[in-house]
Design a protein around this ligand. Sequence first.
Ligand SMILES: Cc1ncc(COP(=O)(O)O)c(C=O)c1O
Length: 424
Amino acid sequence: MKRKFICYIFAGILFTKANADPIYLDYQATTPVDPRVLESMLPYFTKEFGNPHSTTHVYGTRAHEAVEQARAQVASVINADPQEIIFTSGATEADNIAILGVSRALKSQGKSEVISVATEHKAVLEPFKVLEQEGFKVTLLPVQKNGIINISDLEKALSSKTALVSVMAVNNEIGVLQPIREIAKLAHKHGAFFHTDAAQGFGKIPLDVTKDDIDLLSISGHKIYGPKGVGALFIKKGTPVIPLVYGGGQERKIRPGTVPTPLCVGLGKAAQVAEQERISESKRLLALRNKLLNTLQKNLRGVLVNGDLEKRLPGNLNLSFAGVDSAPLLSNLKGIAVSASSACSSDSLEVSYVIQAIDHERTIPPAIIRLSLGRLTTETDIDKATDEIIRVVNDLREKNPTGGGRACKVEDIEKIKEGLLKNK
Ligand SMILES: Cc1ncc(COP(=O)(O)O)c(C=O)c1O
């Protein structure tokens, strides 16, 4: 009853602006702040404004206690010690501290090699480029056609010189889950540290830094109904990290600067709520996603799921549509807010590097959308979204039977599916 009431307020806040707004199906891009999170943050903007590092008076001690409670809430989700959590501005900063900080700390010990994956977020790929410029040997592992790495590729790339292996827990575009426990074990066998960008997994899939053997794990507030501009990095005790920024001694001398109390409190609360509701919410989202996919596949030919359907975040679907071109598909889907996996740059169509990495034979139809479902998605939303996609795709196919652009033929989709299933 209480949850229902909270959902109504939540939906009310989000949808009072305009009824005509498209249905939001882009929860992997960002999420609205949960009202319970907002409520927890509000006192720390005004009444409880103390500096959490000035603990000689009650203003400071109360803010300090709130930050420490938030640290414990974040730690509890991944079974970490609160002292192993540092607050950052988001997952991008956490990724940079982990990747650059650990690799640079180990270089003097002759560890000059680092490994990651071609389908990582730019927040990981860009610091790896910096390491390459600094003389590190960088290996970016390929993925199989299902978007998941082949463990034997990692085994081949590892050596006694490997400083760090960084592999994301959940892909932001195709939602696939990497086998991080297996990867961590293998990295440790070769004396390397293991980092995972869990921006899309934290609070959504089970993560346990002890059981999964993780040394560093990145978190983002705005992917879990918390505020933007805050995140966290788990750093296992004893992991060497050279800071990127210098200043006061805050955040274990790794990330100086006054921590933003309201944002930390919001992240803590968001983490707590996400964990409390994780199992029931995952089941609900999976049922909605299955309904969405089944209805589409029943009513439309030529629909392809990109990435492994089983080892996948419950709320993610990444779909290609044969027989239509990318640009008209996106511009006609006015009733739903989704992400594209391809973009038109002047005349040419560029498919995202994640899709390119799984599309070994260059057969995946480039009319691609990412649908990501979340806490406010209802069955009615799914029904409306499905109707809209079916209508738009049918209209486009009718208007232009050859599809146009790089659209492949609808009849070819079964062959493409077969190809994607073969040797993964
Ligand atoms: C996998 C992944 N890593 C990192 C980030 C960056 O997170 P933030 O916006 O908190 O810096 C994102 C956000 O899109 C993401 O999806």
